[in-house]
Design a binder for this molecule. Structure first.
Ligand SMILES: Cc1cc2nc3c(=O)[nH]c(=O)nc-3n(C[C@H](O)[C@H](O)[C@H](O)COP(=O)(O)OP(=O)(O)OC[C@H]3O[C@@H](n4cnc5c(N)ncnc54)[C@H](O)[C@@H]3O)c2cc1C
Length: 476
């Protein structure tokens, strides 16, 4: 069977047939959104010269009304919401879109009457997705109110995930949520900033406490507190979970909702200016890595400044290391470490000082980086770590926002049918559920209760145009 027929058959199997229009495209992938030049009326049209598709489609054509001769990636152009990228952002977005739409649908949860949501993923194994390769950490300790609230909102979902994602006939979902505070350490230079962060966190409802050097030594006697002036410890809503388990649970739930999963690579979309609004042809895209795409380029020279940046995670074993009283430690040097289980295993890492020194084109691990940069810092802060054994390591891509290392949430400023949910850099898995809930509300009903609770306006694409970065002091 030719590839084109295979693709068409897979599409039929996964998509079925429905309405003759789609409405929104959501950009929820993380990086490597293919740079391509597109014909003006193309939505997902494959550009033969530009696309690198793992599936080598012969033809993946316009899903919009128009090019009737072309094979359709979604038969009958049925999707009203098209989500680009099936990582945690895309899946969370599909979940919240459905929940919001469900409220509007007279027959609740009807697969047959509800608008169609399609999630397009080019690599369904998600083997290189940031979400699969992340550490799953979640914290309330940010400096910007928006980030604090988005993380806290996600924790609300995670704590009740069984309620949200339980599906008839399936195992009860367990995302292995492990409550454990983050411990941010500050030298004299960073103490003022830590104090300011603490104040903002408290004002926004976070449960955190400050510790002096003496208190720190008392609570964590295994730590070398030399040079530490102040520390901040999370008392609630912090820890880590398994993003893979969450994605699996989301997929099961979404399938039960009738959300369509499409294998393919999105290379562009048909732009709709605000003045062109009509019910047919809205596109929603949540694509975290849409850097320098035709989409971003078209905004008067303003790019979506999101690109893949490689980060390493090292697994070590240290029989004499702290266990039950080991928080997620974030050292002033940028080093982080947390335990992994209770058997003396830990994961640790840090961002390189100079990203230009890293080859971001592959996911090879740099072991010298561990020996030269990570281990010395580790052994300094936790002397027991002098004696550790490096067990394994992996690398993954941050969906790195080069502008201000924060997420991009909301509609495209000019193209009303395109939205972003991307660029969360090192804090995407902890914000996915909260951020997706905010975007879904805006798209389905317009600003409502959630918008009053969390104002994500500062995280809009507009900030790149007006040059107004969201300043976040607690980047890990
Ligand atoms: C080592 C590491 C540790 C991390 N630790 C944490 C942490 O502790 N806490 C935290 O909150 N965050 C952490 N992060 C960051 C977090 O993982 C990301 O911010 C988050 O996973 C981004 O989710 P996503 O769905 O946007 O991206 P992804 O999970 O990368 O999913 C995007 C998907 O889009 C697909 N795609 C891209 N372009 C296209 C296209 N054109 N057509 C179709 N599909 C496309 C890709 O194949 C990909 O599967 C970490 C990241 C790394 C690498």
């Amino acid at each position: 069977m030719s590839l084109i027929k295979t693709v068409a058959r897979v599409c039929q199997m996964t998509c079925g047939y429905r309405h003759n229009f789609y409405r929104d495209v959501l950009l929820a992938s993380s990086y490597n959104f293919t740079r391509s030049s597109l014909s003006p009326n193309t939505i997902w049209k494959r550009n033969h010269s530009a696309i690198i598709s793992p599936f080598e489609f012969d033809e993946v054509h316009d899903i919009h009304d128009g090019d009737r001769d072309a094979p359709l990636i979604l038969p009958n152009n049925e999707a009203e919401f098209v989500i680009i990228g099936g990582g945690l952002m895309g899946l969370s977005l599909a979940f919240h879109l459905w929940r919001n739409l469900e409220e509007l649908t007279p027959i609740k949860a009807s697969k047959h009457l509800a608008p169609v949501i399609a999630v397009v993923e080019r690599d369904p194994s998600l083997s290189k997705a940031s979400s699969s390769l992340s550490c799953g950490g979640i914290r309330q300790q940010f400096s910007h109110p928006c980030n604090i609230k988005l993380s806290m909102k996600s924790t609300e979902y995670l704590k009740n995930i069984k309620l949200h994602l339980a599906t008839a006939g399936q195992d009860i979902p367990d995302v292995q949520y492990n409550p454990q505070g983050y411990l941010f350490l500050a030298t004299q230079n960073g103490a003022d900033q830590l104090m300011t962060n603490y104040t903002t966190q408290i004002e926004n409802g976070a449960k955190v406490m400050l510790m002096s050097q003496n208190k720190l030594k008392e609570v964590f006697p295994w730590m070398n507190v030399d040079g530490i002036e102040l520390a901040c410890y999370g008392l609630e809503n912090e820890g880590w979970y398994d993003p893979w388990a969450l994605m699996e649970a989301l997929k099961i739930k979404l399938k039960s909702f009738g959300v369509r999963f499409v294998t393919g690579e999105v290379v562009g979309f048909k732009k709709k200016y605000a003045s062109e609004q009509n019910p047919a042809g809205r596109v929603i895209a949540s694509m975290p890595d849409g850097s320098r795409t035709e989409i971003a380029e078209s905004v008067q020279g303003t790019y979506l400044p999101v690109e893949p940046r490689k980060r390493y995670v090292y697994t070590v074993h240290c029989p004499d290391g702290p266990i039950f009283d080991c928080p997620m430690v974030v050292d002033p040097s940028g080093l982080y470490i947390r335990r992994e289980g209770f058997g003396g295993h830990y994961i640790c890492g840090m961002s390189p000082e100079d990203d230009n020194s890293v080859d971001h084109s592959n996911l090879d691990v740099d072991y010298d980086f561990f020996h030269e940069e990570v281990w010395p810092r580790l052994a300094h802060r936790i002397p027991a770590m002098e004696k550790l054994k490096l067990k394994s390591a992996w690398a993954g891509y941050y969906d790195y926002n080069t502008f201000d290392q924060n997420g991009v949430i909301g509609k495209h400023p000019y193209y009303w049918n395109f939205s972003f949910l991307t660029g969360f850099s090192g804090h995407g898995v902890q914000m996915a559920m909260g951020a997706a809930a905010c975007l879904a509300e805006k798209l389905v009903t317009g600003p409502g209760e959630l918008s009053k609770e969390i104002d994500v306006t500062p995280l809009g694409f507009e900030r790149f145009i007006i040059n107004r970065p969201v300043v976040e002091a607690n980047i890990v």
